[in-house]
Design a protein around this ligand. Structure first.
Ligand code: PLP
Length: 395
């Protein structure tokens, strides 16, 4: 009875979620502490104390009918103004509240912007490996997701292939840095070259190609790594941001889109995004969360926690003979599978109660993703299990 395209979606249903469910099943049998579940990017660092304090004070101070009422579809003006000022102070931009649209997390923001931009049959280009849900989000609006193959040496974008794949049908390019699943931060030189290519191709095709930068991991970087702010490199850039990871609030569903004035037809696009927020059924981003994040724009998660996890897991696995690029951001390791079919490797790992997600879920077979937003103990206890797993493959 269900729609044909939903049948397909259900059949391809998220490999990540499937692993998460498997984790719960194994935990029921062996106990949670004996399952090494690296499947889901659910932050385990608690939200900063300031978030709780902000929640209490918002509830105390704000008039309930306003606080819990509908807002304009774009969100509370004063919240958007606060975010615009914060971005301007950080990046030297000149945004106003008009450029900010509050969204239901990054996922909500991406759906809003794709709904606003895509005509059926138009293309969105992305670089493999990429967040598994991108294909569904693009398909939601009749768009076609075209992927550029991965450079498995560095996991930086392959720009020659990118240039060759741009066409007059390309409406948008969707990138994610720091990247899920590799943890790689796209370098400034790559961003500059990407921008040059886009400028050139826009002229050649006489079209507008929007660059959508999906940035839920912007602040999750190690060792002072800089993440270029893309609106400064390419005028037709739209940024999608989320507090899911930066403040550990994934269940609260709060983020925003930035649509700068420099973007082609920005006024129309801003209006379209507000309408899309409404008609996709979000109506507006959660009001309590809007007020809370506006009071917490300077807050950061405890990055040192993830950094220790990264170092211990990376050092432990590479010593055992596994290979992977050392991530500069986010909280994922993308490890080369010792056998070509990484699903076989994931199945074997389950025997040691280690759960990982096959790279094919991210458009990059032959690799597995480990989300290290877990307790430090989980990592320490998992390493002897990885040693046993390594013995099956690497000796
Ligand atoms: N984009 C990327 C790259 C992600 O990794 C995620 C979540 O893991 C999302 C978007 C969705 O995030 P949100 O919870 O803000 O909707």
């Amino acid at each position: 009875m269900i729609a044909e395209n939903m049948k397909q979606m259900v059949a391809n249903s998220s490999a990540i979620r499937a692993m998460f469910e498997e984790g719960n099943r194994l935990a029921g049998i062996y106990g949670k502490e004996n399952v090494y579940d690296f499947s889901l990017g659910n932050p385990n660092v608690p939200a900063p104390e300031a978030v709780k304090a902000a929640a209490f004070s918002v509830l105390e101070e704000e008039e309930p009918t306003v606080l819990h009422g509908y807002t304009t579809n774009s969100g509370y003006p004063e919240v958007r103004e606060r975010i615009a000022c914060h971005l301007n102070a950080q990046f030297g931009t000149a945004f106003t509240k008009e450029n900010i649209i509050m969204t239901v997390g990054a996922a909500g923001g991406l759906n809003v912007i794709l709904k606003s931009l895509l005509n059926p049959g138009e293309e969105v280009l992305t670089f493999a490996p990429y967040f598994a849900e991108y294909r569904a989000y693009v398909n939601n609006y009749g768009g076609i997701l075209t992927e550029v193959s991965p450079d498995t040496e560095t996991f930086q974008p392959k720009l020659e292939e990118f240039e060759a794949k741009l066409s007059p049908r390309t409406k948008a390019v969707l990138i994610n840095t720091p990247n899920n699943p590799t943890g790689v931060v796209y370098s400034e030189s790559v961003i500059k070259r990407l921008a040059e290519i886009l400028e050139r191709k826009q002229k050649e095709f006489s079209t507008t190609i929007y660059l959508i930068s999906d940035e839920p991991y912007r602040e999750l970087v190690y060792g002072g790594t800089q993440v270029p702010y893309l609106t400064k490199y390419y005028a037709n850039t739209i940024v999608g941001y989320s507090y899911s990871k930066s403040l550990s609030l994934p269940g609260e569903r709060i983020g925003y889109l930035v649509i700068p004035d420099e973007v082609k037809d920005s006024r129309e696009l801003i209006m379209a995004a507000a309408v899309a927020t409404r008609i996709l059924g979000f109506v507006n981003a959660p009001t309590l969360q809007q007020k809370i994040v506006a009071r917490c724009v300077e807050e950061r998660t405890d990055i040192s926690y993830y950094e220790r996890n990264r170092n211990t897991l990376y050092d432990g696995l590479t010593k055992l003979g596994f290979s992977c690029v050392k991530p500069e951001g986010a909280f994922y390791l993308f490890v080369k599978s010792p056998v070509p079919d990484e699903k076989v490797f994931c199945e074997t790992a389950k025997q040691y109660r280690i759960l990982m997600v096959p790279g094919s879920a991210f458009g990059c077979g032959g690799y597995v993703r480990l989300a290290y937003c877990v307790s430090y103990e989980t990592i320490c206890n998992a390493l002897p299990q990885f040693e046993k797993l390594a013995k099956e493959y690497l000796t």
